[in-house]
Design a protein around this ligand. Structure first.
Ligand SMILES: Cc1ncc(COP(=O)(O)O)c(C=O)c1O
Length: 495
């Protein structure tokens, strides 16, 4: 192989050419630019490329090998030594604000939320859609895509969202993004242009989103969530003109925004010329037989930005999300987006459009909905059996559950005890903004676990609870109400 290495030598320098070459290579190795195991060109190739005699390259390599920086393997040429020091540039980059860092040590069961099962990704269907698109791709598909999205996907999404979520929009109002993460960051830049500098968020809510919004320079106002969803009276009193909500399946509590609160939220938006950002992050996964509520956007398309993502329905790695935007925001978002990037990968967009319009996405969702329903049922059963005094809040939907625990439970001691059993789980406090009294809880992502793993993980949680001597152990059935239905509508008890 003709490996290439870019180094410069200065023929007018007092340092010998071999010395310059050694210095340059040593620096790149210690800086981590040349990583352990990196293959270097042969001395003949390097000498040719640099326009120096071969003896210069040989002398440099021999000296660096003697110092332990390089190794010469017979038949496989010269490499940077595996033992060579330097900064580890393979270390992961600093955590992106919207993603949680990986646990310090590997755990057996990672129960943090937000994980779909990557094994559910419909590889064959995706491949078929991508192949169809690639075979027919013309200049338009291979050129820079329009920043708001490829017309085929914007059209497909507008139709699909109307059909499955009741969203009232049209292709021209849909923006394709790199997941909701990008949608949120675009909104945080666009809203101040419309004079909106404060974004209200649900409390409890998504911790990383909240921090991200603050990092984007917006003020965050937490608004209490109870068993009917966000408290609209408190929102109105906060003075905020925009709010981020999860009406279909509140994150993390799992409660559904009641119809009275929906009406109140829409009234608030109309009266205050406010804007609601509806994060419909797991709207595809609804397990009860009853009809799931349509998107809130349906009630007031002129005041709601509807946001969806392929991260749960397919996989997060695709980085596909979408916003259905009311007119005053469309132009502002387009402007912000045009300054940021040149759009989302065009072929991926077209393949996703093909997946939708061919009906393959609906078929896939039907299949995985059944799988996730089985996991939800396994989780509900295991929770009832192993953690009998816990109450499962919210509806049977999505990929996680919110287990409220008896008030005597020390939530933080419990999550620590779980970690000693190799179970990583967050308590309710992790999601709470305003400190204050709140029933202890665990937020458990179950959708990526095998069925047996769900029982195994919950058994470990039961043992961690028992260790505290604060709750009953299996066999001693508690009297706490449980089930998958939301608590009585109208309850204003804090969550
Ligand atoms: C509340 C919530 N909203 C949105 C998302 C989706 O984000 P993205 O589309 O950037 O993957 C997630 C992902 O876990 C989430 O938990």
């Amino acid at each position: 192989m003709a490996w290439h290495l870019s180094v410069e030598v200065d023929r007018s320098s007092a340092t010998s050419l071999a010395g310059q070459l050694q210095d340059a290579l040593r620096h790149r190795i210690t800086d981590g630019v040349l990583r352990p195991g990196t293959r270097l060109p042969s001395t003949r190739r390097l000498a040719d490329d640099l326009g120096v005699s071969r003896s210069v390259a040989v002398e440099a390599y021999e000296q660096l090998a003697a110092e332990g920086w390089l190794t010469g393997r017979h038949g496989s040429g010269t490499c940077v030594s595996e033992r060579a020091g330097g900064t580890d540039s393979t270390a992961p980059p600093p955590a992106v604000a919207l993603r949680e860092p990986e646990p310090a040590a590997p755990v057996r069961w990672d129960l943090r939320t937000g994980r779909a099962d990557p094994g559910n990704f419909p590889r064959q269907e995706w491949l078929a859609s991508y192949r169809t698109v690639l075979a027919a791709a013309g200049r338009e598909e291979l050129d820079y895509p329009p920043v708001a999205g490829h017309p085929s996907l914007r059209r497909a999404l507008a139709d699909y969202l109307g059909r499955v979520r009741g969203v009232r929009t049209e292709a021209g109002s849909v923006m394709v993004t790199a997941g909701f993460a990008q949608g949120l960051s675009l909104l945080c830049e666009a809203l101040p242009r419309l004079g909106i500098r404060t974004l209200a968020v649900e409390d409890p809510g998504h911790r990383s989103q909240r921090r991200f919004i603050e990092e984007c320079g917006m003020r965050v106002v937490p608004v209490r969530v109870d068993h009917e969803g966000i408290d609209v009276g408190e929102l109105a009193a906060s003075g905020a003109r925009a709010v981020l909500v999860t009406p279909a399946h509140q994150y993390p509590t799992g409660v559904v925004l009641s119809s009275a609160r929906r009406q109140a939220l829409v009234r608030w938006a109309r009266e205050s010329d406010g804007l609601v950002v509806e994060d419909d992050y797991d709207g595809e996964f609804w397990f009860d037989r009853e009809v799931r509520p349509a998107a809130l956007q349906e009630l007031a398309p002129e005041h709601v930005v509807y946001a969806g993502t392929a991260s749960k329905a397919l996989v997060p790695g695709l980085r596909i999300g979408w916003l259905a935007v009311p007119p005053p925001l469309t132009a502002a978002l387009d402007r912000v987006r045009s300054r940021r990037d040149l759009g989302t990968d065009g072929l991926t967009q077209c393949a996703f459009a093909e997946l939708i319009t061919s009906g393959l996405l609906d078929r896939h969702l039907r299949r995985v909905r059944a799988r996730y329903r089985r996991r939800r049922e396994a989780f509900t059963r295991a929770a009832a059996e192993l953690l009998p005094e816990a109450t499962l809040l919210g509806v049977s939907a999505g990929l996680h559950g919110y287990l409220q625990l008896p008030p005597t439970t020390d939530e933080s001691a419990l999550t620590s005890a779980a970690l000693t059993r190799s179970v990583l789980v967050h308590g309710g406090a992790h999601h709470q903004v305003t400190p204050g009294p709140r029933p202890p809880a665990l937020v458990i992502g179950y959708a990526h676990l095998p069925l047996a793993g769900i029982t195994d993980a919950l058994t470990a949680l039961r043992d961690a609870l028992a260790e505290q001597h604060r709750v009953v152990t299996p066999g001693a059935r508690g009297t706490a109400r449980r089930g998958t239905a939301p608590r009585a509508t109208g309850s204003r008890a804090p969550i």
